[in-house]
Design a protein around this ligand. Structure first.
Ligand code: ATP
Ligand code: MG
Length: 263
């Protein structure tokens, strides 16, 4: 099966990449999609958020990149049926530096994905907050990029930097890379700046911003410390509802089968 592969990326830290990866993946699995999260951040937040204890993180992304293992060798089941994760291991913190002198250094993840067939409909890669070689590997291996954006003053500035990077990756490394969409996160409707920025982003990227905005919701931020996606931690909270809505919008856009390019 050719899994549609999506890099969840924004070089800015703390904008909701991991939260979006974990909860969109969970919402997709809830409608019987087979989903893999790849925890591509040495911080390991997606692994923690999906309840994978450190003791179980013996093999993961590092081994995928450097030890010729395949997804099936390193993916672990989670508490969510149909959702697996390739965890971040301790070694991953050195990967950014090791990649510099590695052969085919931008293509290691893509090669790993091609090593063996996989069983997934969707692969979501939770990128670290930088535009280094790890993120580059994700952008090369992906069909598309999903950009979580926090509605704050510098949001658009950061977005133009990311757009330039995506354009450069398209030209040099992965011509088929698309923008999957921009999701506005931690939205606070009582805050005028928040709504002003949201309107600006929609004006700059017409048709590319999801209608749903993920509200700032304390239940969303509590869930990871319980090792649970918010849908399982508190199914009825506004954050859970918003991520379910995001999954609906996301799925509605998936009519066209992914190209074989980044298979
Ligand atoms: N909708 C929300 N409401 C409240 N808190 C949120 C929401 N989304 C994310 N957070 C919190 O904001 C913080 C940053 O979110 P998250 O870890 O998803 O961002 P990130 O972009 O992955 O960060 P990093 O760049 O460090 O990887 C976390 O503490 C998270 O729990
Ligand atoms: Mg993160």
């Amino acid at each position: 099966m050719t899994a549609k592969t999506i890099a969840v990326a924004n070089q800015k830290g703390g904008v909701g990449k991991t939260t979006t990866t974990v909860n969109l993946a969970t919402a997709l699995a809830a409608v019987y999609k087979k989903v893999l999260v790849v925890d591509f951040d040495p911080q390991g937040n997606a692994s923690t958020g999906l309840g994978i204890p450190s003791a179980r993180r013996t093999h993961g992304v590092y081994e995928l990149l450097f030890d010729d293992l395949s997804i099936a060798d390193v993916a672990l089941p989670t508490q969510v049926p149909g959702l697996h994760i390739v965890p971040a291991t301790m070694d991953l913190s050195g990967a950014e530096i090791e990649l510099v002198s590695a052969g085919e250094r931008e293509f290691r993840l893509k090669t790993a994905f091609r090593r063996a067939a996989n069983e997934y409909d969707y692969i979501l890669i939770d990128c670290p907050p930088s535009l280094g070689l790890l993120t580059l590997n994700a952008l090369v291996a992906a069909h598309s990029v999903l950009v979580p954006l926090q509605c704050e003053f510098y949001a658009l500035e950061g977005l133009s930097h990311l757009s330039r990077t995506i354009e450069r990756v398209r030209r040099a490394l992965n011509p088929a890379l698309r923008l999957e969409g921009i999701v506005l996160t931690m939205y606070d409707k009582r805050n005028a700046l928040s709504s002003g920025v949201a309107a600006d982003v929609r004006a700059h990227f017409p048709g590319q911003v999801y209608d749903v905005m993920i509200p700032r919701n304390v239940r969303v931020s509590e869930a990871p410390s319980h090792g649970k996606p918010v849908m399982i931690y508190d199914y009825k909270c506004p954050g859970a509802a918003a991520y379910i809505q995001l999954a609906k919008e996301f799925l509605a856009q998936q009519q066209e089968p992914p190209t074989a390019h980044a298979a």
